[in-house]
Design a protein around this ligand. Structure first.
Ligand SMILES: Cc1cc2nc3c(=O)[nH]c(=O)nc-3n(C[C@H](O)[C@H](O)[C@H](O)COP(=O)(O)OP(=O)(O)OC[C@H]3O[C@@H](n4cnc5c(N)ncnc54)[C@H](O)[C@@H]3O)c2cc1C
Length: 494
């Protein structure tokens, strides 16, 4: 039986492990941290549970498709709750827009703010639905090897949407700044400015407004546990606290991995016929000799990275008022904030921020009468990260939230923990402390992303958010599936 070593136990590594173990390969997954999940780990403290990374469960059909590949359904592993509202956006004190789970109510909100705007929204969502089907059914599972993969009647018909941006389309048709921000918000998940994101990606608006925002009871980590259980059910071996130090090669082939047990410091090695690395791409390449790498340092320096993040996990001793499960605080200029992320990387003066309060929906996540809050400020990758900066921004966002939601909260904090660039670098070997990988701008789309295949070593693949299809939980899972197809082909040929 061919032995496959997988480096990293985030969603992409776990996905690859599930598929290849099911196909009968001898799979071993090595994870450096003490728990699986990668960027989706959890903090558990004093009865509070915080998802450390992803909190938006979007595109439920992709998760169902994954489970169906193993004869299962998401409901075999966890309970899904559709959120209503999906989220709320604050623009000023007690001035917010809620995005309902019912389309008719969203149209009504648009009409109320800008008469006539729901007509545009309806046609925009029709286009978004079409693009979603093309993206999910035809494009997303391609390995990004060549531009030819994108040439099909559906994409040729949509060519102009790769030249126009989301912003250009929305701003030409909607006058209200609030509604413009509502429609541009989902694109932020793609890690680029809406003015640089091709209109084709408006399928994110379909995912948002039509497919909806969901929550896993118990938190996102339930998905990690589900994937772990599938991989193990097919015999995959999963080893945590195990840091891969080197991908071993001989005669243009990978022959195994060297690793260190992080608990006792003992080093060891394992042979492998094939290696898939889901660790951050740039770091994965440092496990190879320079002549075996796909890309130079200069290449990485020239990439546009999606934002990193400054996060706070906060326990409150009371239930909070005037907020929704997902609440976005857009009471400042997005243009100025985005400039500090993409154009001239530095700390923003007054950043937009996001708050997730999952204990509003899910009582398993906080003790009764208490609330857990996860706050996220998008920031540039590679900037300075100090305890003072973290503290100053915390004070700023708490005071803004108090004003916007009209309540006193600073005296109700039981504890807080922060997480940012230094932690991303230490915990995941993230290049420049990136949180979400590369921006989905045109020049970093599909076959223009870092390649899955190593061009010097035929039995080495890269998966995860820095290669195709890109950042986000659904793409990471699909990345593992694409790797399965490539691995089987290569093992047959090799
Ligand atoms: C704060 C935050 C919020 C997010 N919010 C959302 C959201 O709401 N919805 C959404 O869909 N997506 C969201 N994302 C994006 C999503 O979480 C990621 O795109 C996805 O989890 C990436 O998975 P991955 O497998 O590519 O990488 P990772 O999760 O980084 O997994 C890689 C793994 O490799 C391990 N590793 C690294 N080096 C080694 C080594 N030498 N040896 C062994 N193991 C190693 C790492 O420890 C890690 O576990 C968010 C991300 C962040 C950071």
């Amino acid at each position: 039986m061919k032995r496959i070593a997988i480096i990293g136990g985030g969603f992409s590594g776990l996905s690859a492990a599930c598929y290849l173990a099911r196909d009968g390969y001898d799979v071993t997954l090595y994870e450096k941290n003490s728990t699986l999940g990668g960027r989706a780990r959890v903090i558990e403290r004093d009865g509070f549970t915080f998802d450390m990374g992803p909190t938006f469960y979007w595109m439920p059909d992709i998760f169902e498709k994954f489970f169906a590949d193993f004869g299962k359904s998401a409901s075999d592993y966890y309970r899904l709750i559709r959120l209503n509202p999906g989220y709320e956006i604050y623009f000023d004190s007690l001035d917010s827009v809620k995005i309902s789970s019912k389309l008719e109510e969203i149209y009504a909100v648009f009409e109320q703010i800008e008469p006539g705007s729901s007509r545009f929204l309806k046609s925009y969502l029709k286009r978004a639905e079409y693009n979603y089907r093309v993206a999910i059914d035809k494009v997303m599972e391609r390995p990004g090897k060549s531009p030819l993969e994108l040439i099909m009647p559906e994409t040729i018909m949509s060519l102009s949407q790769f030249i126009t941006s989301i912003s250009a389309s929305v701003r030409a048709n909607i006058k209200s700044e609030k509604l413009r921000q509502v429609l541009e918000f989902p694109v932020l998940f793609l890690g680029a400015k809406p003015s640089r994101t091709p209109l084709f990606y408006c399928f994110m608006n379909y995912a948002d407004m039509v497919l909806g925002t969901w929550h896993i009871e118990g938190g996102m980590f339930k998905l990690v546990e589900a994937m772990e259980s599938i991989a193990k059910s097919y015999g995959a071996k999963i080893i945590t606290d195990c840091h891969i130090d080197k991908i071993v090669t001989k005669n243009s082939k990978v022959t195994g991995v060297n690793f260190t047990n992080r608990k006792d410091g003992v080093t060891s090695s394992a042979d492998a016929d094939f290696v898939i690395t889901s660790a951050d791409y740039h770091f994965s390449e440092t496990l190879l000799d320079e002549s075996e790498r796909n890309y130079s340092e200069k290449y990485w320096q020239g990439r546009v990275f999606a934002p990193s993040a400054l996060l706070y996990y906060v326990a409150f001793n009371k239930k909070l008022d005037n907020i929704s499960h997902h609440t976005l605080f857009f009471d400042s200029s997005f243009t100025e904030h985005a400039e500090t992320i993409y154009d001239s990387p530095r700390w923003p003066d007054k950043p937009l921020f996001y708050g997730s309060f999952p204990s509003i929906t899910d009582h398993t996540l906080a003790p009764e009468g208490k609330e857990c809050g996860i706050f996220l400020i998008p920031i540039a990758s590679g900037i300075k990260d100090t305890p003072e900066l973290r503290e100053n921004y915390f004070l700023q966002i708490i005071s803004r939230m108090e004003r916007l939601t009209n309540q006193e909260i600073s005296n109700h904090i039981i504890f807080k923990e922060s997480y940012s660039l230094k932690n991303f670098t230490e915990d995941y070997h993230a290049y420049k402390g990136n949180a979400y990988g590369l921006s989905n701008i045109l020049m970093q789309t599909a076959f223009l992303k870092p390649k899955m295949e190593n061009r010097h070593l035929d039995n080495l693949l890269y998966v995860g958010q820095l290669t195709v299809p890109g950042p986000g939980v659904p793409p990471a899972i699909i990345s593992g599936k694409i790797a399965r197809g490539l691995t089987i082909k290569k093992l047959k040929n090799g």
